[in-house]
Ligand binder design. Sequence first.
Ligand code: MTE
Ligand code: MO
Length: 510
Amino acid sequence: MRRRAGPTFVHAGAGVLAASFGMALAHLVAALTDPAASPVLAVGSTVIDATPTPVKEWAVRHFGTADKTILIGNVLLVTLLAAALAGVLARRRLGAGLGLLGALVALAGAAALHRPDATPRDVVPSLVAAVGGLLALWWLARPRGPRTGAPEDTTAGPGASRRAILAGSGVLLLGGVVAAGAGQLIVRARSRIADIVLPRPSTSLSPLPTGLEADHPGISPFRTPNGRFYRVDTKLTVPIVDHRTWRLRVDGMVDRELSFSYDDLRDLAVEEHDITLTCVSNTVGGKLVGAARWLGVPVATLLDMAGPKAGADQVLSVDVDDFTISTPLAVLTDGRPALVAIGMNGEPLPRAHGFPARLVTPGLYGFVGATKWLARLTVTTYAEDRAYWTRRDWATDAPIKLSSRIDTPRPLSTIRAGTHAIGGVAWAQHNGVAKVEVRIDGGAWQPATLGPDAGVDYWRQWYLPWDARPGSHQLAVRATGRDGTVQTAVRASSFPAGSSGIQELVVNVT
Ligand SMILES: Nc1nc2c(c(=O)[nH]1)N[C@H]1C(S)=C(S)[C@@H](COP(=O)(O)O)O[C@H]1N2
Ligand SMILES: [Mo]
């Protein structure tokens, strides 16, 4: 085969363009079927699954919620580098270039099929990527110009074929942008939650009182708005579940297996509860904690209806993608208001937070009690079944550790001398916060003023007026639980046992 002219970067660019075009087409097809089957996302999910636990912890700790964007960025980068290589290979041997690109797409297809809930149709986006990408690369990289046995080409000079390639590249680029954009629009349209009227709770709570944030800006709002609630899960795309066909099953070691539609759940006696949710991966002073008013059916009600058999000790909750979380049966039946929630702060659950229904277990970290996109509650035993994180050697029972956080002033910030409020939030395991104390420059612990009380499962705001003098100052905070436990200095290295260490920070006063 003839060697084609042109600098290497042009051929690399052809590979990148072809691969991008294929991925864009695939994204559009996935948007119409299952967004998670889009090749880059499918590969990303497989990477997440295969990532060893310590690396996962490291990624969440360092990148927080941005870990996903970074992962997808890396998968894209590697894909495009390989595609560039395919373009350069295709310059000498078209077959080799096409082969490399084909292998890439085959990997993506395998990843799409490897997902736990995959159906054969999940390979379709990758097939589309293969057809689009390979055709594009073949067209861009095939030898052109005079050649024996191809008399029709002799009329076209090298200038003409260069123009054709430029025009063709423009078409591929435009087509790719349009396909990817249309895919995004379709996903957004499919994600809208419309026409859902939440039921009135049978036990209605009075509205939450105004929090300390009204008078002391910088303190976390008493109720976290849905749009600002932290998000932690293993998904690269938020599942789009159709609540009209969705069902919640209760099965396993029960007398009666049950199945509920969304409307069934709405019709069951629903309750409202103010509950703080937090992630075991939250670092000292971190943002992975939020507080909301949840509306839902008590898990205990559903379990009572099903009748758990003797010997069961675990409820394995399974999401719509077969992701599992395990919760001690004893915790779910000890009287605390664990919910299958359908509402969050007066709205249907946002998709990112588990629409149509999720588990919320007061007092437990999210990875053992807050399953989103819930599909099944299986009553079973720890001996019989292991959940996602349990298989990765995480604890099976993980009560929230007594914690406190300084929201204002910000660490390492510079503030003016004068009166300031040092303020923040504190939260505890199903027994509430009794006291918050602040220590300035290593002095005595001074009691802070607490904000309104919304029950043992809800966080507590606090503040302490401070006459800040010029200089560098060290602030620390600790909470005391209603059971008398005092928060102790736990080094952050105790992660992932729940980093509840005392937060210390430095501010500069001028
Ligand atoms: N289906 C599903 N549910 C899940 C998870 C998940 O990865 N998948 N992550 C859990 C973890 S670790 C936490 S901390 C909470 C976070 O809930 P949020 O994203 O609504 O704040 O969801 C829990 N529920
Ligand atoms: Mo978590």
